[in-house]
Ligand binder design. Sequence first.
Ligand SMILES: [Zn+2]
Length: 338
Amino acid sequence: MGGNSGADDPPRALSWGVHQLCCGVNSMTQLTNTPKCPLCDGPTTQYYPHAVTTEVECVRCGCFNITLQAIAAVSARHLGYKPLLSAYCRRRPQGAETPTIKTDTIEQFIQTLPHYTPPEKLDNLLELMARMTPRLGEPTGFNADTDYPLLIAQGPNEVRFLALDLDVRGYLYGPRVGPNSPPTVLLRGWERLEEIKRSGRLSNRAFVAMWFDKGTDDLYDQAVKPAIEKAGYDPLRVDKHEHVNRIDDEIIGQIKRSRFMVADFTGQRYGVYFEAGMMIGLGRTVIWMCDKKQLNDLHFDVRQFNFIDYESLAEAQDRLYNRILAIEGEGPGQFEKP
Ligand SMILES: [Zn+2]
């Protein structure tokens, strides 16, 4: 943090408390007399105002910078915006660049979040609870009060509603015992997760659709692959050079088993259009990319999508990494398995 501070900042003595680097989400202990979080209205663990932006650390929302105008804007807007911004900030892993919320980035951040149906949210909650289970048979570390932004939920009540349903279905034990009883993922829940993973939606696999050619090796090796891996996913490159404009059963199977797709349209290959269309048909995420120089060559039908139009490999990697985090969140590769 601190990247937004500068010569215009007030002297540190005028700022709030002793500044410490925002280095992770802490427990809710040291919370007396700290200002409210502008996103979730809960207590903050760090609150450090500069002249233009304020650095905030909150157990629900994680770390973020926010301008005074943006604080006023999110307060004035429909309340539904705040939980979405909480989700955007919290879903970034430690080590990722701290987001800065400005009036002109609010919409941009919110638009990159995925929209899940209630049944998808149910699966996502089960997956989160399983990921945060230290050992098989032990209660999950997932806490509805502080972790609801990870689910892109509007608040803890939405999580409790879903948890009760997981309990009724026999996937969880705990929610019906009482609100303070931490849930445990039951074996039937782990079986359910295996089923979902086989279907691909919650696998850790990212299908890469692009023109595979000697000229595009650098794009894959230096931008696409490292961005996907850094975000915690496993890139799948169907490395068949004879597969040019030809879709076979194996590729269709791989697409079905993938959680999301990175589709790069540089070179304008028909296969990439087909694969992206298939992924949309499955209702899963496609992340659209194209060399900026070729943006005008894109087919009319796909121009409506929010393309990562890059001018360098470094830019492509950075923007792809951030887009994956915003849409899919941190990948399973970043979590310990019980
Ligand atoms: Zn917060």
